[in-house]
Design a protein around this ligand. Structure first.
Ligand SMILES: C[S@@+](CC[C@H](N)C(=O)[O-])C[C@H]1O[C@@H](n2cnc3c(N)ncnc32)[C@H](O)[C@@H]1O
Length: 229
């Protein structure tokens, strides 16, 4: 059994349009890493839980030298995002329809991403649903494995209690340090680079909800690595 518990996301049926789109669907198995990458040799960034794809589209169009992987557990959202990318002719981004916790664990090689974005992750406020959350014990090592040393993890949410729990989880990890200077530099949103635009950020702003933001930097797994530089 995988540490994320249920494998429900991987039991989804194949989308009939998948072959025509920049869309890779995991079906109870790990995808081939080399087989899913956008063409080119630009640095890789990942967005986890891209929903309708507002951020991924803005990022891929404003930063053509970067290659993006959007990981979305909902197959219909993943297909919708992939369709939006295809319609815009954006070739530097692809969608992976998978549970990001499994994807990070069994498909992504060490240090693959220079940046990972997680915007408005589902807070699952009921205690019995907590194990469905993306941020839960064990997530920091998975994120650290996927990030290059010095790489950034960017998080945005309006769920105050969940944000507190994310800070506690990440703060307890020796693998990351929070970067307040970077947070101050980025502010609430730098479109296509940090925190948005996303469908949920727009709805949350319109409703006057709080906007919580955090940036973490991946530290060397072995602190002596720092001394050798
Ligand atoms: C609240 S929505 C936010 C969507 C988008 N980031 C936004 O801000 O508009 C959360 C998204 O995360 C996806 N999601 C939830 N758990 C996930 C997981 N383990 N792996 C990948 N995506 C996940 C959901 O399917 C949903 O589309």
């Amino acid at each position: 059994m995988h540490p994320s518990g249920r494998l429900a996301f991987r039991r989804q049926v194949r989308s009939p349009r998948a072959d025509a789109l920049p869309l890779y669907e995991a079906h109870g198995r790990a995808l081939s890493w080399e087989g899913i990458l956008p063409p080119g040799d630009g640095p890789l960034e990942c967005e986890i839980g891209c929903g309708k794809g507002g951020f991924l589209l803005a990022a891929a169009s404003s930063r053509p030298g970067i290659r993006f992987l959007g990981v979305e557990a909902g197959p219909s959202y993943a297909a919708y995002c992939a369709d939006r990318l295809a319609r815009r002719g954006l070739r530097n981004a692809v969608l992976v329809a998978d549970d990001a916790r499994l994807f990070l664990a069994d498909t992504v090689p060490p240090g693959a991403f220079v940046r990972i974005h997680v915007y408005y992750p589902d807070p699952w406020p009921k205690r019995r649903h907590r194990k469905r959350r993306f941020f839960q014990p064990g997530i920091a090592p998975l994120l650290h494995h996927a990030l290059a040393t010095g790489g950034e993890l960017l998080i945005a949410t309006d769920a105050t209690a969940y944000f507190g729990e994310i800070l506690a989880l990440m703060g307890a990890s020796p693998l990351f340090r929070r970067d307040p200077e970077r947070e101050a530099e980025l502010g609430l949103e730098v479109p296509g680079l940090a925190f948005g635009p996303t469908n949920f950020s727009a709805k949350s702003r319109a409703a006057g909800e709080p906007a919580w933001r955090a940036v973490y930097r991946a530290l060397p797994a072995n602190p002596e690595e720092d001394d050798r530089r």
